[in-house]
Ligand binder design. Structure first.
Ligand code: TRP
Length: 361
């Protein structure tokens, strides 16, 4: 069986460090591993509209932002098909069929949807489209026969639902769809990167982000304002690591080699942490190391971004070509699905012949 990746992001804002460690970094590695036959990365504009129906301009403007973030982070259009969800109408068709296979109470139990409904004050009136986005996500994944879906932890309930839909579809209509596996970040700190304020999650609406497109000055400012240990007032005081952002970010970003290079007085990050806990290590030193480490990731991205920013028509051309490739792939799955569901009336001569014979006098 072919090894195929599908994943994507809603274009509701620029991508930040949470997106990077949660999924984007892994995608670039998987792309460059050569282990996958096909890789699809989708800008989920239709899904973004499920809770931004009244703000189409926001979605429209952020499609290019996300595309620039992808290309800057190292996604290579020669190896990865980058496309826009709405330009593949087969996905909407597939979702329409899958809705028959899912109950309302099943979607209501989805913890990610529950949280999002609360965050958006949708409790009283949930748009039906928003409520159904987990089902539409199952079509995004299965339309491309994806075997692997690299995503952050919050997307796990969607993959779970997709697997259930695949089982149900294949049971009712015969073996047609490929059942995907989720691929989570392997580093605990990457699973859910907190915001710079120490809050649960880095998120645009909470205003606690460092963006991939931030300038060195903005990155430095973000790191310097990070939540650390409120009890660690003097350098000599013993420090606490729990919820301490710079250390959490170092866990997510810093390699052993970078410790050697930027903080040679320590054998490892663990040794540095032990020093902090003992007392005698100031937040400023930790933040300085983090800034250097982040810059190693972000500087090459900025360079690539600067080039693509000067060729916006070229980026749209990448998206147009990618959308065409994606559409052709999804159309093949839809052919199989229509056949399995017995809605392929015009390409089934046997059906017409048989019914003609039945009525023939
Ligand atoms: N729900 C994802 C997000 O909020 C975006 C998305 C849409 C996606 N369809 C997908 C992710 C399919 C993985 C697979 O970022």
């Amino acid at each position: 069986m072919e090894k195929i990746i599908l994943t994507g992001d809603r274009p509701t804002g620029k991508l930040h460090l949470g997106h990077y460690v949660g999924s984007l970094k892994r995608r670039v590695e998987l792309q460059n591993s050569g282990l996958y036959d096909k890789i699809f990365v989708m800008i989920a504009d239709a899904q973004a509209l499920t809770d931004n129906a009244d703000n189409p301009e926001k979605v429209r403007q952020n499609v290019i932002e996300v595309a620039l973030d992808y290309l800057s982070a190292g996604l290579d259009p020669e190896k990865t098909t980058i496309f826009i969800q709405s330009q593949v109408p087969e996905l909407a068709e597939l979702a329409f069929y899958y809705m028959n296979l899912v109950t309302v109470s099943r979607v209501q139990r989805n913890p990610t949807v529950k949280t999002e409904i609360k965050m958006r004050n949708f409790e009283q009136s949930i748009p039906v489209g928003f409520f159904c986005y987990p089902v539409s996500q199952a079509s995004d994944i299965t339309a491309f026969n994806a075997t692997t879906v690299p995503v952050g932890e919050d997307q796990a309930p969607m993959i779970e639902l997709t697997r259930e839909i695949v089982d149900r579809f294949n049971m009712i209509y015969g073996e047609t769809l490929v059942k995907p596996e989720i691929l989570l970040p392997d580093n605990a700190a990457c699973l859910r990167l907190p915001g710079i304020d120490g809050k649960a999650k880095m998120s645009k609406s909470l205003g606690n982000c460092i963006y991939l497109s931030d300038t060195p000055k903005q990155v430095k400012k973000g790191v310097n304002s990070m939540y650390t240990d409120p009890l660690h007032l003097n350098i000599e005081d013993p420090g606490h690591l729990e919820g301490n952002c710079p250390f959490i970010y170092l866990d997510a970003f810093c390699t052993p080699e970078q410790v050697k290079r930027y903080a040679p007085q320590y054998e490892s990050l663990d040794e540095m942490k032990a020093h902090y806990v003992r007392g005698g290590l100031g937040d400023g030193t930790v933040k300085k190391l983090l800034t250097q480490v982040l810059e190693e990731t972000l500087a090459p991205m900025r360079e690539r971004r600067a080039i693509y920013e000067q060729d916006i028509p070229g980026v749209y051309e990448i998206l147009r070509k990618g959308s065409e490739t994606a559409r052709a792939a999804a159309a093949q799955t839809l052919d199989r699905v229509r056949k399995a569901m017995k809605i392929n009336y015009f390409d089934d001569p046997a059906l017409i012949k048989e019914q003609a014979a039945r009525y023939k006098k």
